[in-house]
Design a binder for this molecule. Structure first.
Ligand SMILES: Cc1cc2nc3c(=O)[nH]c(=O)nc-3n(C[C@H](O)[C@H](O)[C@H](O)COP(=O)(O)OP(=O)(O)OC[C@H]3O[C@@H](n4cnc5c(N)ncnc54)[C@H](O)[C@@H]3O)c2cc1C
Length: 447
C-alpha cells in the first residue's frame, strides 16, 4: 500500500509515524511545502515570551527521525494537483520550480489552514503580519527593535498569548476585539473579565466591542506593528477537484474519511456526525493541535483497518483547550453558557473560588471554577482559571461531558487528599454540588 500525505504539520506527521507504528511494510510519503520539519506551533508565543530558550528548540522531529521510520519526507515540495482517477499527485519543488508526479493508493489531506484576514479597508497598505508559523517568529525576533507598540487585532487565545509575550519584550500592547469580550467561544463574559484584568494589570490595553473597518481608524505610526490574529480559514486546495464536500473545511465523517481512499485530518477539516438517537447532524471544527494529533492516529488506524469496520475508530471532541499567561493558567472544555444559549439549551451554572491545597498551607493557590450543566444536571462545560492544577480538572470535566455524566457523578468521585497537595473538599465537587442545588431551586420554581 502506498500512502501519500499532503502537509507535514502536526496532523500529517503524526499520521505518518502512527501508520509506521502499525505497519512496517507500507510506503509512506509526506509532501510538505515548507522548509521545516514538524515543530510545535503551540510554543510560538512562548518563544516570544522568552520561556523557550531558542526557536529551534520547538522542532519536534528532525530529518533523521523520518529516515529512521522510513517515511519519505519531501520538504519544500508543494502538491499542486491531484488526479483521483489516475491516483496521482503533481507536485512542484518550490526552490527549483521542478515538477514531479507521485502515485498513491490512499491519500491523506493534512494541509492545514491559513490565517483569516478580515475585510478591513486598505489593510494591505499597513504591512501587517500574522502569527502562525516558525517564520513569523523568526521575522518578529529579527525586527523586534523596529517597533514600540504592538496592535493586535483579535482577542482569541493566540492574540492573548502573543500580547503577553510582547509585553515581556517591553512592548506596549493593545488588543482589539470585535466581540463584547476577549476569548469568545472559550469563555463567558464573567470568566473573561478575570483574564482581562490580569492583562490590564500587566499594562495591556484591551478594547472590546470595537470593529476596525478602515485601517485609517488605527492611526498607525512608524513605531507601530499591526498583527492580525483573527482566526483561520481553510482554502479549498483539492476538495472541489476531488469531488469532496467542502464547507468551513473538507467535510469528513467521524472516521476521518471523506471518500473511499481519501482521509482528511487537522485544521483543514469539518466533521459531520449524526446523533444515533435524534438522527440530527452536527458539524464541528476543532482547530487545535490536540485534535489534529488524535485525528491523525484515528485516520492511520482506519486506513489500515479499512476492510474491518469493527476495528474502526471514531473521533469526538469537547474542544478542551488551555493556555498560560505569566503565572496564570486558564482553560475551558465543552460549551459556554453563551454558546448553549445560542443553541437554545437552558443551562444552570455555578462559579467557585477555592484553594488548590488546604487553607493553612502557605503555598496554596487560588483556583476559580465555573461549571455549566443542563437542567437535568448533565455536565456541559467548564471554565477554569488558576495557578496550578487547572489541566487535570479540565480533563476530568471533559471526561464527564464525553461519558454523559451528571453533576452528581462529579460530587461522588473518590478524590484524593493531602493538605499540602489537594484540599479535603475537592473544588470541582463543591462547585458541582452548588450547581446541582441551583438546578433544584430553578426546577422547583417552575412547578
Ligand atoms: C500560535 C499558535 C498557538 C497554538 N497553540 C495551541 C495550543 O496551545 N494547543 C492546541 O491544542 N493547539 C494550538 N494551536 C493550534 C495547532 O497548532 C493547530 O491546530 C495544528 O498545528 C494543526 O495541525 P495541522 O497539521 O492540521 O496544520 P499545520 O500544522 O498548519 O500543517 C499543515 C501543513 O501543510 C502544509 N501545506 C499546505 N498546503 C500544502 C500543499 N499544497 N502541499 C504541501 N504541503 C502543504 C503547510 O506548509 C503546513 O506545514 C496553536 C496554533 C498557533 C498558530
Amino acid at each position: 500500500m502506498k500512502v501519500v500525505i499532503i502537509g507535514g504539520g502536526a496532523a500529517g506527521t503524526v499520521a505518518a509515524f502512527e501508520l509506521r507504528k502499525l505497519n512496517k511494510d507500507i510506503s509512506i510519503t509526506i509532501l510538505e511545502k515548507g522548509k521545516h520539519t514538524e515543530y510545535s506551533h503551540c510554543s510560538l508565543p512562548y518563544v516570544i515570551e522568552g520561556t523557550v530558550e531558542k526557536l529551534s528548540d520547538i522542532v519536534l522531529f528532525h530529518e533523521d527521525d523520518y529516515v529512521k521510520e522510513d517515511v519519505d519526507l519531501k520538504l519544500d515540495t508543494e502538491a499542486v494537483e491531484v488526479d483521483d482517477k489516475l491516483k496521482t499527485i503533481t507536485y512542484k519543488n518550490i526552490g527549483s520550480g521542478k515538477k514531479g508526479k507521485i502515485s498513491y493508493d490512499v491519500l491523506v489531506l493534512a494541509h492545514g489552514a491559513h490565517p483569516f484576514i478580515p475585510p478591513i479597508k486598505d489593510i494591505e497598505k499597513s504591512q501587517y503580519m500574522t502569527f502562525t508559523t516558525y517564520d513569523d517568529v523568526e521575522y518578529l525576533q529579527k525586527n523586534i527593535r523596529s517597533f514600540d507598540n504592538a496592535i493586535i487585532i483579535g482577542g482569541g487565545f493566540i492574540g492573548v498569548e502573543l500580547g503577553w509575550g510582547l509585553i515581556e519584550q517591553k512592548k506596549k500592547v493593545t488588543i482589539i476585539e470585535r466581540q463584547p469580550h476577549i476569548l469568545p467561544g472559550m469563555f463567558d463574559q464573567d470568566m473573561c473579565s478575570i483574564v482581562q484584568k490580569i492583562l490590564e494589570d500587566k499594562g495591556m490595553k484591551v478594547k472590546t466591542d470595537v470593529s476596525i473597518d478602515d485601517i485609517q481608524d488605527l492611526k498607525l505610526t512608524s513605531r507601530d506593528k499591526l498583527i492580525v490574529s483573527t482566526g483561520i480559514h481553510v482554502k479549498d486546495h483539492f476538495a472541489k477537484s476531488l469531488g469532496l464536500k467542502f464547507n468551513r473545511g473538507i467535510v469528513v465523517n467521524d472516521k476521518m474519511q471523506s471518500k473511499k481512499d481519501i482521509y482528511c485530518i487537522g485544521d483543514c477539516i469539518e466533521i459531520s456526525k449524526q446523533d444515533p438517537k435524534t438522527k440530527k447532524s452536527e458539524s464541528i471544527t476543532s482547530w487545535l493541535g490536540t485534535s489534529a494529533v488524535r485525528q491523525a492516529q484515528i485516520a492511520a488506524n482506519n486506513i489500515l483497518n479499512s476492510s474491518n469496520p469493527k476495528k474502526q475508530l471514531r473521533f469526538w471532541t469537547n474542544n478542551t483547550a488551555i493556555s498560560r499567561i505569566g503565572e496564570t493558567v486558564f482553560g475551558a472544555t465543552g460549551m459556554t453558557t453563551e454558546a448553549a444559549a445560542r443553541k437554545g439549551i437552558k443551562t444552570a451554572s455555578a462559579r467557585l473560588k477555592a484553594y488548590t491545597r488546604s487553607e493553612h498551607c502557605l503555598d496554596k493557590k487560588d483556583i476559580i471554577i465555573k461549571l455549566i450543566a443542563d437542567m437535568k444536571g448533565y455536565v456541559l462545560g467548564a471554565q477554569i482559571i488558576g495557578h496550578e492544577e487547572v489541566a487535570g480538572r479540565l480533563d476530568l470535566v471533559s471526561m464527564a461531558i464525553q461519558y454523559k455524566m451528571k453533576l452528581s457523578d462529579l460530587c461522588s468521585i473518590d478524590y484524593c487528599y493531602n493538605p499540602s497537595v489537594a484540599p479535603i473538599f475537592e473544588p470541582l465537587s463543591v462547585v458541582a454540588d452548588i450547581c446541582q442545588r441551583k438546578i433544584g431551586v430553578l426546577n422547583a420554581r417552575k412547578k
